[in-house]
Design a protein around this ligand. Structure first.
Ligand code: FAD
Length: 345
């Protein structure tokens, strides 16, 4: 039996060793790349370096050749480019076929995608088709000495951090939310190899047709995920009209107003403004938490902010554990006082 086990292990090792390189899917809409793709090239470069393989980007679309240079400038050394009319709009079927075709041909060891609407859809479909594992919404990625990707993410409602590995299948696939990983440095002069590929997909065979694109205007154009200054309110705000206090402070800073889930569930703020595990992940220069206790599900969405200022009347509130500056007191006095002081400056 010991010999059988050895044989099994050897067969598995041989199967896995056919896979190499770290791939990042460059998500684009109308030729404009999602920033999370560049963030993933940053973490992808570290992973590729630690297992001594190449960092590659996968660009799929129509008229998207310009993204290859961008991918080089953010650290990729090779780009697999599929530039065909059938890829003009994102649709699961053609992108799935294209991505699986590339995986089958080039066998990547690790595949990373943004945990966006598109990335989540495509990653799940690809992992199912190629019969491998997928860890969604990772907050940390590194590689162990057996080249297994350690994928860390919150689990059980955010109460623990789980490290997940996919040690018997390749590629190892993970999605990461926007703003979780830092942006890598841009080197515009960097260059690399472009591998032009094409995939035999007929428009007539695709079940989904795009009839019209309707832009989402519900969030009123406020992008809390990309904001540099965020003033967030929680249950301590007591009523929806009190959020005007936060808006005034945000206006002084040139920032936006965010919210905890309690404030969103109470109907005080729209869901687009929610920060946290089931909301957005943010990484602003300054995050001001007003009347927010600091539950783990909130913290995972904002704890990487450069500076965190917490205002809470409970000095034991967990938010103070991650705060750069903590103010213990009544937010209804403190917030207007800060706004007034900023107006004087
Ligand atoms: P509370 O915990 O009630 O805190 C209110 C705070 O306001 C208290 O600390 C209080 O001391 C303070 N306060 C009250 N009055 C004042 C005053 N006048 N001045 C100063 N301070 C005052 N939560 C999120 O935020 N985002 C998520 O994405 C998210 N996802 C979740 C996912 C799951 C699966 C689960 C189970 C929970 C999730 N939650 C999320 C909910 C989370 O567990 C907490 O319930 C929530 O974050 C609490 O919101 P809060 O801090 O606004 O309210």
């Amino acid at each position: 039996p010991a010999e059988e086990v050895d044989e099994e292990e050897a067969a598995l090792a041989a199967k896995l060793s056919a896979y190499r390189d770290v791939w990042v899917f460059i998500e684009q809409t109308e030729g404009e790349a999602a920033k999370v793709s560049w963030e993933l090239l940053g973490v992808g470069a570290e992973l590729a370096k630690s297992i001594n393989v190449a960092l590659c980007a996968v660009v799929i679309g129509e008229g998207v050749g310009h993204l290859c240079q961008e991918a080089f400038s953010y650290g990729a050394s090779k780009v697999y480019l599929l530039d065909q009319p059938v890829f003009h709009y994102y649709r699961t079927e053609p992108y799935l076929n294209a991505f699986c075709y590339l995986i089958d041909k080039y066998k990547p060891e690790i595949v990373l995608m943004g945990a966006t609407g598109m990335g989540r859809d495509l990653a799940g479909a690809v992992a199912t088709r190629v019969k491998t594992g997928l860890t969604a919404d990772c907050t940390g990625l590194d590689v162990d000495d057996k080249r297994n990707l350690r994928q860390t993410r919150p689990a059980f409602g955010g109460n623990i951090m789980a490290t997940i590995m996919c040690d018997k299948f390749r590629p190892q696939m993970a999605t990461v939310r926007p703003h979780v990983m830092p942006m890598p440095e841009r080197r515009p002069a960097a260059s690399g190899e472009i591998v032009h590929e094409s995939c035999a997909i007929n428009e007539a065979d695709i079940l989904t047709k795009v009839l019209e694109i309707i832009k989402d205007t519900k969030g009123q154009g406020v992008d809390i995920a990309g904001a540099e200054f965020i003033v967030s309110g929680g249950r301590g705000m007591m009523a929806p009209e009190n959020f005007s206090l936060l808006q005034e402070l945000a206006d002084e800073l040139g920032g936006v107003v965010g919210a905890s889930r309690s404030a969103v569930d109470a109907g005080w703020m729209p869901h687009e403004r929610q920060v946290g595990q089931t909301g957005k992940t943010v990484r602003p220069k300054i995050y001001i938490a007003c009347g927010i206790s600091g539950a783990i599900q909130h913290l995972v969405g904002m704890q990487d902010s450069d500076v965190i200022i917490a205002i809470n009347r409970d000095r034991e509130a967990p938010i103070f554990a991650v705060a750069t500056y903590g103010i213990v007191g009544d937010l209804f006095q403190i917030v207007p006082a800060i706004t007034d002081r900023l107006r004087e400056l």
